[in-house]
Design a protein around this ligand. Structure first.
Ligand SMILES: C[S@@+](CC[C@H](N)C(=O)[O-])C[C@H]1O[C@@H](n2cnc3c(N)ncnc32)[C@H](O)[C@@H]1O
Length: 454
């Protein structure tokens, strides 16, 4: 299926030629480093002084990571077969195609001038002619409404590895796999949660006074949506800890936990403490925040301090050997390490940093963490097992195996005692687990509520 570019008026970009070229150079350097090392390490703040440049950098770099396979296909459609591209030329072409397809506000001539000029300076006349030829060809096709790209399979059209798409097709069926792949490419902002003593409306007002528009989330009442480019980190509201960033799914889960849990909660695999913050905000007593990583726990402590939320005891410990007596805990929130494929909307690099052979490497650890949580939970207590994975092995099947091995635990539907808000319809499955798949309003998330009945 082709993706014809809608014709739109392109406002002139502010006087940015001088700085934009350095933004693009930085993007190309960092994307090149990512391709070589497999490590995703974007860092606009260390390199680009101006906030608007940093925003452009993030948009362009994320765009390359999100659409890279498609961008390459669009380039290939315009090259003679068998041409070998220098990696720098290939990356420049991908960036040019991304800008022409997705950056409405950058005039096409600015993209062409700067990218072609950059290649001419660095690599010489011949490669710059090639870049010019490919980008002009694309520009013509877009102007004449020719479908771009031409016919391409789902994995290319939505820029995912073949093996990942095949896995989702097998696990969810073709229609759902298409929805997942398309949703993964539609990330448009971040979700924030109001701090202690604030509601969504009051926070929206505070941010509006500082020039940041943050409309309410369509499905989660207290959450607000902010476009990534909104200068949020420069606000007084951020400095004063009036909000923190928390995905929709985490906000929903902490809300549900607050409603359902009795007694206090041990948050295991907790750093940097996002869900603990949400729990405390919703009035839950958190017995301890536990994680193996001292570094991530330090970030957690800073988060609590910045947001002026009373920090529960911090416990740096291995969740597979907790320093707690058997049967001593009311509830465990276990937000295990996982493949994180549910977060591709926000972290598009995951498409390229995961491999088919390593995707499920966390399975044994997840199982050990579950069994240790089962040891410390008291009779009548619960484990909330959560992942941000779309892989059934890490969620549905992990829980099935646990229940087979531990018959004294049963799966308890989240909505057992209270009807769910209608806006959340479809997020809880008939089996009684919380299985959110990526769409326009959320990332992928899974949570099962396991009660110890003996
Ligand atoms: C999905 S993240 C947790 C996110 C956190 N719950 C939040 O909401 O901010 C998984 C965490 O598991 C921790 N972890 C990994 N292995 C662990 C282990 N054996 N014991 C305890 N924590 C572990 C990692 O350090 C990481 O912080």
């Amino acid at each position: 299926m082709g993706l014809a570019k809608p014709k739109q008026h392109r406002p002139r970009l502010r006087k940015q030629n001088a700085s934009a070229i350095s933004v693009r150079e930085q993007v190309l350097a960092d994307f090149g480093a990512f391709q070589q090392s497999g490590r995703w390490n974007p860092n606009p703040s260390g390199k680009l002084g101006d906030e608007r440049d940093r925003r452009l950098y993030t948009q362009l770099l994320q765009g390359l990571a999100r659409h890279h396979r498609l961008l390459e296909a669009v380039v290939q459609e315009r090259l003679h077969r068998g041409i070998h591209l220098d990696p720098k030329v290939a990356a420049t072409l991908a960036l040019g195609v991304f800008e022409l397809l997705h950056m409405e506000r950058i005039p096409a001539h600015a993209t062409l001038n700067e990218l072609v000029g950059g290649v001419r300076q660095q690599l010489g006349i011949a490669p710059s002619r090639l870049v010019n030829g490919v980008l002009r060809n694309l520009q013509r096709d877009l102007e004449t409404d020719k479908p771009v790209p031409g016919e391409q399979p789902l994995a290319v059209r939505t820029s995912h590895p073949d093996w990942m798409v095949e896995r989702w097709m097998q696990n969810y069926g073709t229609e759902q796999a298409v929805r997942i792949c398309e949703a993964n490419n539609r990330f448009a902002g971040i979700t924030i949660c109001p701090g202690l003593g604030l509601n969504g409306r009051a926070l929206q007002q505070l941010l509006a006074e500082e020039g940041v528009q943050a409309p309410p989330h369509p499905r989660v009442p207290e959450a607000l949506l902010v476009e990534q480019s909104a200068g949020l980190w420069e606000t007084r509201a951020y400095e004063e800890g009036r909000f923190w960033v928390q995905d929709t799914s985490s906000q929903v889960i902490t809300h549900l936990l607050a409603e359902r849990l009795e007694g206090s909660v041990l948050d295991v695999c907790a750093a940097p403490g996002g869900k603990s913050l949400g729990l405390v905000r919703n009035g839950v007593r958190v017995q301890a925040v536990c994680d193996l990583s001292t570094r991530r726990m330090r970030r957690g402590r800073n988060n609590f301090e910045r947001c002026q939320v009373p920090c529960p005891p911090l416990l740096v410990a291995d969740g597979t050997t907790l320093p707690l007596p058997t049967g001593s805990v009311d509830a465990v929130l276990l937000d295990v390490p996982c493949s994180a494929t549910g977060t591709i909307r926000k972290n598009p690099d995951i498409k390229w940093t995961r491999s088919a052979t390593e995707l499920l490497k966390w399975l044994p650890l997840q199982s050990q963490l579950l069994h240790e949580a089962a040891r410390v939970v008291r009779p009548g207590g619960v484990i909330a097992y959560a992942t941000c994975s779309l892989e059934l092995e890490e969620n549905v099947r992990q829980v099935q195996s646990f229940l087979e091995e531990m018959p004294k635990f049963v799966l308890e539907p989240w909505s057992i005692s209270k009807p769910l808000p209608t806006a959340w319809a479809g997020w809880e499955t008939r089996e009684g687990v919380w299985h959110m798949l990526p769409d326009d309003t959320t990332m992928g998330f899974y949570a099962a509520f396991l009660r110890c009945v003996e």
